[in-house]
Structures are given as C-alpha cells and as structure tokens.
Design a protein around this ligand. Structure first.
Ligand SMILES: [Zn+2]
Ligand SMILES: [Zn+2]
Length: 107
C-alpha cells in the first residue's frame, strides 16, 4: 500500500468534467479549470472573434470565470459551467501553444 503523501485535490475540467488524467492539458485559473478540448470548443464558439471594446460598459453582461471581469455576451462564451472571455481564451491558447512546443522534441 502506498503511503498517503497529503491531500490530493481532484482536478476536473469545468467545461466537460474530464479529469486531469483524461486530457492532454489542463489550464488552471482561480478555482476553475479548463482542458485543451474545451479551449478548442470555446475558440469555435467565439468565431468570428470579437476584440474587447474598451470603455463599452457591459449591460447584458456575463462574468468570465477566469478573469472575473464582466463581459458582453458576444465577448464571452460558456462550455459546461465555465464562462470564458476572448481575453482569457487568447491567454489559454498561448499557454497551450507553449506547452505543445515544450513537449515537442528539439530537432
Ligand atoms: Zn474540458
Ligand atoms: Zn476572462
């Protein structure tokens, strides 16, 4: 029997509910997780991608689970229980691209 080494928190994607072990990459936010599948899903849902409009006060707004900012409905989308804005999607895509590059053997 392996010795208990501490509390293991089960990390699950807030979009699809997959466990960390079931996906290639898991992006961690504050109290929210999203796997690479759901990032791709968000990217599809936010096409065409609308850049954030500075100074436009959100009226019919949703709150992004990652940056906790209020966004217009056309500047954010939801997968499962996770709402992601275009800003955070861009950050996540950057993280995934970097992770993919790092996992590739240097040639
Ligand atoms: Zn997912
Ligand atoms: Zn956001």
């Amino acid at each position: 029997m392996p010795q208990p080494s501490g509390v293991i928190r089960i990390v699950r994607c807030n979009g699809c509910g997959r466990l960390k072990d079931e996906v290639t990459y898991m992006i961690a936010g504050t109290h929210v997780y999203m796997c690479d599948h759901c990032v791709a899903q968000v990217a599809r849902q936010l096409t065409p991608r609308r850049p954030l409009t500075p100074g436009r006060p959100p009226v019919d707004a949703v709150r992004c689970r990652f940056c906790r900012q209020l966004r217009w409905k056309d500047e954010a989308t939801s997968v499962g229980s996770a709402t992601v804005c275009v800003d955070c999607l861009g950050v996540m895509e950057g993280v995934l691209a970097e992770a993919e590059q790092a996992s590739r053997p240097a040639t």
